[in-house]
Ligand binder design. Sequence first.
Ligand code: 6PG
Length: 253
Amino acid sequence: MTKSTVKREVQVVGNPDELSRRAAQEFVRLADEAIRVKGFFTVALSGGSTPRGLYLQLACDDYREQVSWPHVHLFWGDERCVPPEHPESNYRMACEALIHRVPIPKENIHRIPAEREDRARAAMEYEQTLKAFFHPDAGAFPRFDLILLGMGDDGHTASLFPFTSALDETSHLVLANYIEKLDVYRFTLTVSAINQAREVMFLISGASKAPVLREVLEGDYQPQRLPAQFIQPVNGRLLFIVDRMAAGKLRRI
Ligand code: 6PG
């Protein structure tokens, strides 16, 4: 994969609350468009504190009423290898911040079976879940309407961490990725799976992300060290919604 040639849009907002509201507006717009055109909306959720702000906004009256939740299907871009009730579970976080607060049918919630002992099998099962839902053509990848992503201060996104084996995967959709620096496995959509999305929306907040955001957006193309640089939708929109603190070191916005 070469340096990003995809059209990338960076929206800078004043603070984390504005970021969550702007992201909620984009979520509503995309959901409305997808449901109007094809009758349903597919979104892969992210873990982390920044997307949580979006989920809380979507559960508020202003936005909750604007989304036809029975036509929304939730998936996960990554998950920790813990049971669904575990405090570190991305699924649990989404349940508390969003799912338990909106009228979405339980059959529309497609969580990663992250409690399984056999991680490779769990990843394969989730891959089958995606293929069964999206019915991609042979050799093709499912095309999410929206994939939400955060970014760590090391440039990781989803659970695609620097110099980990998942970065090189080109045929699978989902992997259990070993992250040496954390000494844990995490489930993650692969770069190829993410890059098929109609829209990928990064939500990035805080001064701690300013140095890495500048490297990712304005620095040399080093995606093994900065995996967020691998995210280049093949035929989709790449949107960064960042707050002023995270954008503090950007030169070109
Ligand atoms: C996770 C996320 C992870 C997250 C980043 C940024 O499972 O935690 O997938 O990639 O998006 O670590 O997290 P914050 O938004 O909390 O800074």
